[in-house]
Design a binder for this molecule. Sequence first.
Ligand code: NAP
Length: 312
Amino acid sequence: MTHRVLIAAELKNLLEPAQLDGLDVTWIAADQPTPKGDWVAIVPLLSRWIGGTELKNLPRLRLVANCAVGYNNVDVVAAEMRKVIVTNTPDVLTEATADLTWALILACARRLMEGVDLVRSGRWTGWHPEQLLGLELRGRTLGLFGAGRIGQAVGRRAPPFGLRVLYTARTPKPAFERDTGAVRVEWSRLLAECDILTLHTPSTPETKGIIDSGTLRRMKAGVILVNTARGDLVREEALAIALEEGWLGAAGLDVYADEPAIHPRLLAAPRTVLLPHIGSATHETRRKMAAIAVANVRAVLKGEPPLTPVFR
Ligand code: NAP
């Protein structure tokens, strides 16, 4: 028996034909609306909203297999009410996203974009002792807001750079503390003490907008802010103003509140490194993410438990 399944068309090249055996696949491109019909599973990208209306239009749906670890594009309450399982793709993207977080930390600290622009512009006149001086990492403090899979992977890369690690999370992480010397602190202490703040929580009602004009003012002058989590953790206009005023040292962002739109003031702000949401974008990771999403579909349609449900 074949099962009718909707899969994001952008995943086609990342999946092997054998992974789709037994599935009657309808490919939907990101710019196509979610159709109405008798599909039993959907594998969406994080740009596709799956809410009450979409679930109502798919009355036979048994599973939303999100191709991302974050699932803020799915109304999980509406899904639960309809007994639709929601899965995500944790773990496989942890190291890739941690690497990209470090790319942003280093790019901000050492003013990489300004250096690239200078060379490309043809205005570089040669080595100068005071040219593009940046932040020395050794001896500074890295603050992690959220220390789950990705936050810890970022923190584990910090000791070789000579950084002290502070973190804020809902629960203590003893193994992480033992391995890295990281210290769990209250949010207010994290803000006050770090030289680099990286964000690693999901987007929830508690974390949305947590970086606003008030929190930015509570940080040390010159701090570097890096966000590879979700864009709506940060109030983009407030961030742009802090950069314009010179209060914030730099911002490295991979995610935005209203992707792919970026607040015009933030686009124009100085000392930013702005990436197009590529945290997990390595060949290996993207293949693994697609594979896990489809493996969840196959498991559920066989009557087995999902491999990576968002709620256990
Ligand atoms: P995770 O393992 O679930 O970790 C989330 C962390 O956030 C946990 O430490 C959790 O604390 C903490 N947290 C949640 N709510 C909090 C709150 N109100 N205050 C303080 N801490 C809070 O998730 P992950 O796999 O590391 O992924 C983190 C996020 O990264 C995802 O949700 C996703 O949005 C984003 N992401 C982005 C990309 C990209 O392409 N840029 C790629 C992958 C993931 P506890 O541990 O105490 O529960």
